[in-house]
Design a protein around this ligand. Structure first.
Ligand SMILES: NC(=O)c1ccc[n+]([C@@H]2O[C@H](COP(=O)([O-])OP(=O)(O)OC[C@H]3O[C@@H](n4cnc5c(N)ncnc54)[C@H](O)[C@@H]3O)[C@@H](O)[C@H]2O)c1
Length: 270
């Protein structure tokens, strides 16, 4: 049951592929909190049709858009305002993909066409979404725009491959665009750096099962779940966080500030 903290707010949610998706949980929680929104994903991701279940459950319209395609994004922004009856208050960018990771290309042996595609999908798309939103004046004052990221943007996690570079770029776009959007329209822009989470994108990373266990043991509170991430997103879309902008916010049970835990140390005792 919600507390209506998003009552009257309108939004656009990218990236709900299936029930495991973080964006799926955000949509469910935002609906519980009284928001109305448009759901969007790449046309190819809609073939399975799962998103229609979510649309039905949340009373939402689905608009297909490839987040790398400027025309698709323009159309999404204008159509969303028509459907929702005005400007939006929040946007969630929950999109990530690396072809090098998918095809098992080592970081030191990248295929640069794959690299450029992954960068476009995972990072530049965030800029494209905000540029289109700003041009169409599609976001209300004090609106909140979020993208999801991972700590591999700051520290080396070897199997995260070129997604680490994509996430660094994504976080930088949040800071830079956050400055301009803040000055021009009082719109805030942040990234949430989430614990490893068992989703389609997450489990594409080599050795993910072992890694998620390692992360659990290295986090004083344990790994944050997708549902907990959705709660955090809802709080960031609400008016309770109005002066938070241009930040990379760790939502990771304390992992990012932990050097080692007793649990991990004890695994090395003789
Ligand atoms: N799962 C994790 O461990 C984890 C941890 C930290 C951050 N994240 C980030 O969370 C976000 C959501 O991922 P998830 O874990 O929920 O996985 P997911 O696979 O459910 O979501 C990724 C989404 O990106 C969409 N997408 C891919 N290419 C697209 C395109 N061209 N246009 C529009 N959409 C496109 C996919 O269709 C999918 O819905 C990603 O940015 C991911 O990097 C995930």
């Amino acid at each position: 049951m919600g507390n209506d903290i998003l009552k009257g707010k309108r939004g656009i949610i990218f990236g709900a592929l299936n029930e495991q998706s973080i964006a799926w949980k955000v949509a469910e929680r935002a609906h519980e909190e009284g928001a109305t929104f448009v759901l969007t994903n790449a046309p190819i991701a809609m073939r399975m049709g799962e998103i229609n279940k979510l649309a039905e459950a949340t009373g939402s319209t689905v608009i297909p858009a490839d987040a790398t395609n400027v025309e698709d994004i323009d159309n999404l922004i204008t159509q969303s305002m028509e459907i929702l009856g005005g400007k939006v208050d929040f946007i969630l960018h929950s999109i990530g993909m690396s072809i090098n990771v998918r095809k098992g290309r080592h970081y030191t042996d990248e295929n640069y066409d794959f690299t450029m595609k992954g960068l476009d999908v995972s990072a530049l798309s965030f800029h494209k979404v905000m540029q289109a939103a700003m041009k169409h004046d599609a976001v209300n004052e004090w609106g909140s725009i979020l993208a999801l990221t991972y700590i591999a943007a700051q520290r080396v996690f070897p199997d995260y491959n070129d997604m680490a570079d994509n996430k660094s770029y994504l976080e930088s776009i949040a800071r830079s665009f956050g400055y301009h959007y803040g000055v021009a329209k009082k719109v805030r822009v942040n990234t949430i750096s989430q614990s490893p989470t068992m989703t389609t994108a997450g489990s594409g990373v080599k050795g993910f099962n072992e890694f998620i266990n390692y992360s659990e043991a290295m986090s004083p509170l344990g790994n944050a779940s997708a549902l907990a991430c959705a709660d955090y997103c809802v709080s960031m879309f609400s008016d309770l966080t109005k002066y938070v902008t241009m930040q990379n916010l760790f939502h990771d049970g304390g992992f990012s500030n932990t050097g080692v835990t007793q649990e991990v140390i004890s695994k090395f005792s003789d």
